[in-house]
Design a protein around this ligand. Sequence first.
Ligand code: PLP
Length: 400
Amino acid sequence: MKHARSGIGKIQKATGAGSLFSAHPSRADTFTESVIREMTRLALAHNAINLAQGFPDFPCPGELKIAASEAVRNDHNQYAITWGAKNLRDALSVRVKKFNGMDFDPETEITVTCGSTEAMMASMLAIIRPGDEVIVPEPFYENYGPDAEISGAVPKYVPLAGDFSIDEEAWKKAVTRKTRAIILNTPNNPTGKIFTKSELSFIRDLCVENNLVALTDEIYEHIVYDGKKHISLGLLDGMEDRTVTIGSFSKTYSVTGWRVGYALAGEELTARIRKIHDFLTVGAPAPLQQAAVAALALPDSYYHGLAEEYDRKRHILFDGLKKAGFSCELPDGAYYIFTDIASFGKNDVEFARHLVEKIGVAAVPGSSFYHKGGETKLRFTFSKKDETLHDACTRLEKLS
Ligand code: PLP
């Protein structure tokens, strides 16, 4: 079964039929390379401004750089405990209690991973039996399709309504006796949607009634706008022992290259996740786990400042996109603008190629966030310096 994402194959080179390994297809043949990461390579090749991949082009906080170099100097250079250095798990437990309102025992319920990417993969492998179905709301962060394929899950994509709200009947219909889990991402990439308390309550009821596990990717929890509030699904009554809450240092502290994230779950789920994690990676980078402790010690003002900075960047890109003729809305959270490009008369892949080659700006074709469809969409990130965004907007003016 091919994880079909229309259009992507037009950017990526096909793995030729009749190649050395074509008689022995493996799981790697069931999905394509990451389009987001491929767009970064195209941006470099064409000297384009990369508004495709969501990583900052500005530095991380100075405190983190100092802590990371001190950790290396102080010989935190060997394997940390597989499921995470004790001081980091302790600090995470305190932080999650304060910010998300949830209690996790650092000894038995917290696993430090190589980014939230590994947290999601390890959790899927820990929970899924091949053939189990997993509900994935669409549009979705592109990793979830391959995560499902790798773990042997059958993804059941459930489209969100036009305003990205939940179509309750469609979700209820998507659940079968084979359904094992639901993947949620709030605040959401690519849409910026923040799932509301009542939507989360609906998901809770669905999980409880059908004995499902929720895997909730909350990597953008601190990047929210206009006074909107992020709520963790795991906080809702009945979800304590059936939720894996996934977080990361990547976006909140602008250190996407450090590869430090975590999975928070009840003891039973955590024991399984830790086993998989151990054999997948042994552990996350030890010195950077120490620097992550310093990150968690930053004052509350840091988080307010982060949201304010991104709010300003959100408006710079939004104004530029509107001026260039894109149809889009301001996102409620995360750091992407998901645009409609129907009026430009090209599909997402053709238009992304035109933008990167002729205009000098890289974006992500919308179809990489859909199982089927998305050809009229394009995603831009605003996780860049103001000057980078202004430069990109000037280039985009050539479109209008
Ligand atoms: N989850 C979402 C929703 C993302 O947007 C990203 C990166 O863009 C990731 C996970 C990857 O995070 P990490 O760097 O922690 O692996």
